[in-house]
Design a binder for this molecule. Structure first.
Ligand code: ZN
Length: 252
């Protein structure tokens, strides 16, 4: 069984379509949240995401765009994007976004896997560095936990009580589409961030996602070029903050 893991699409339709075109055929699709916020195609991205499957975790932007609390704790640019998104969403998509579950989410077909947005203990937590990963491992019992939120494509492995950060090897090159494979070791546990589809922040502007292959016992990390210019034009034409367009070209 193969699982496609998408996270932090952030209303970037061009990046999502490029990822789906580059992904191998998968049996299940999981979406780790922040489906909207930042870019200019929230309705299209929600509808495309819903057509792929039904495993969803709510992200902090999904929450801020759809509940009465709004963008509390968001920086001014992110808050402006939340207000724009809320006004742009159809009533149906707004209600659907509001109905998304908080992680951890589990899928009966994949009992060894868990899905969260931030960390297993807190959807708003940025899971960074070995210490953060150590704490997160204490709050999950699944062998593999997929998380997002940081927009950094990386993994943490826990083996014999030791936690190690693993960076996929596809970071350094600028090829059109690239894959790096992480074999899952017996007896080890993993926290895995597929990276951000719609707003990568690891200095690599290519869209990111991951594929878990249960039979092969591995996770493949992908980086895919997409039409950044078109996504930027949509952001500018929508009247969203220019910074949200500029950062896509820099991957930060
Ligand atoms: Zn995000």
């Amino acid at each position: 069984m193969r699982l496609l893991v998408l996270s932090d699409i952030h209303a970037n339709l061009e990046a999502l379509e490029a990822c789906l075109a580059a992904a191998p055929e998968c049996d299940v699709v999981a979406n780790l949240g922040d489906i909207v916020g930042y870019a200019a195609s929230p309705n299209e991205v929600i509808e495309r995401s819903r057509s792929l499957g039904n495993i969803f975790v709510r992200g902090n932007h999904d929450r801020a765009c759809s509940d009465s609390e709004g963008p509390i704790g968001f920086n001014p640019i992110a808050a402006a994007a939340v207000r724009w998104t809320r006004a742009a969403l159809s009533a149906e998509n707004l209600a659907w976004l509001h109905s998304l579950p908080t992680g951890p989410v589990h899928e009966p077909r994949l009992p060894e896997v868990g899905f969260v947005h931030g960390s297993p203990q807190d959807e708003d937590e940025y899971l960074l560095r070995e210490y953060g990963a150590e704490q997160a491992f204490k709050h999950t019992s699944t062998r593999v936990t997929f998380y997002g939120h940081t927009h950094i494509q990386e993994a943490y492995e826990q083996r014999d009580g030791l936690v190690e950060r693993l960076m996929p090897a596809c970071h350094t090159s600028t090829g059109l589409s690239q894959v790096a494979q992480l074999p899952l070791e017996p007896g080890a546990r993993y926290l895995i961030n597929p990276g951000s589809v719609g707003q990568p922040r690891d200095r690599d502007p290519r869209a990111a996602f991951a594929v878990y292959d249960r039979e092969a016992n591995s996770v493949s990390f992908y980086r895919v070029r997409y039409d950044v210019k078109l996504a930027q034009e949509r952001i500018m034409n929508a009247g969203l903050p220019a910074q949200l367009a500029l950062r896509l070209a820099e991957g930060r």
